[in-house]
Design a protein around this ligand. Structure first.
Ligand code: ADP
Length: 259
């Protein structure tokens, strides 16, 4: 059974804009998938549908065979962790406390409200901070860290959830090339070593080609390519990055430069 199954999903926002138009994909457990495409293609909307942050107008999303809906949202969110472009840390709190918030999905309402963490949670926080190489920063304020380190905290928080799936929405878009490389390597290693299904939204062709098992190319709310990095040729890149009515398009030039 596939881990994530997206079946004929369309998404129309209240303003009438249709961000996804009949998208279907099955994502295998333990795989590393990159969703590639220009800004506005619908990548973020697709990712947000996979943990119930958005609901489809048409179609359905199943995680481990269970259709996502209001009734099982909490359960699904405890298994599907999210990593964000802007890290989404609580800046004035310590690194360790930020990581511990990853445990909230597993705690009671009262425990969540009063931020009561058990010893078991502290052990998990220690373990995941070691995993991302930030043991010595555990009690630093989150906003004192570099961008790359903050994203490591974001990943540690995701790991603290003990997820089956990690969804990363443009996780390196705010980082320099060296940190980007480190974060992609870390995500890949988490997939390989822990068997966690990882889905990453990216707009950088070079990173997609180097790190993905599978690339899903999106343009204007549709999947226009679905294959291995080797299959992503220059004509395919043109299809992914072409924009109607724009002849002198920077994003297409940049994409082709890496092909
Ligand atoms: P990407 O992640 O590929 O940049 P998004 O999924 O963020 O694309 O957005 C796809 C399109 O949907 C964009 O044109 C965006 O402006 C639009 N969009 C996203 N969220 C909303 C919303 N809440 N209401 C209306 N339009 C939206």
């Amino acid at each position: 059974m596939s881990n994530i199954s997206i079946q004929s999903v369309s998404k129309r926002f209240p303003n009438g804009f249709e961000a996804l138009k009949g998208v279907s994909a099955d994502i295998a457990p333990g795989s590393f998938t990159i969703i590639l495409g220009p800004s506005g293609a619908g990548k973020s909307t697709l990712l947000r549908l996979m943990n119930g942050l958005e609901t489809p107008t048409v179609g359905s999303v199943c995680i481990a065979g269970e259709m996502l809906g209001k009734a099982n949202l909490r359960k699904v969110r405890s298994r599907v962790a999210m990593v964000f472009q802007q890290f989404n840390l609580v800046e004035r709190l310590s690194v360790a406390t930020n990581v511990l918030t990853g445990r909230l999905a597993h705690r009671s309402w009262a425990g969540s409200v009063f931020y009561l963490f058990r010893n078991e949670d502290m052990d998990i926080a220690r373990e995941v901070l070691a995993r991302v190489g930030l043991t010595d920063k555990a009690w630093s304020r989150a906003d004192k860290l570099s961008g790359g380190q903050q994203q490591r905290v974001g990943i540690a928080r995701a790991l603290a959830q003990r997820p089956k799936v990690i969804l990363a929405d443009e996780p390196v878009a705010s980082l320099d090339p060296v940190s980007s490389e480190e974060i992609m390597t870390l995500l890949r290693e988490i997939c390989d070593r822990d068997g966690i299904t990882v889905v990453v939204n990216l707009h950088q062709v070079d990173l997609a080609k180097r790190f993905a098992d599978r690339i899903i190319g999106m343009n204007s709310g549709k999947i226009v390519f679905d294959g291995s990095p080797e299959q992503m040729t220059q004509p395919v890149l043109r299809t992914i990055y072409q924009r109607e009515g724009i002849e002198d398009d920077n994003s297409l030039d940049m994409a082709l430069a890496y092909a």
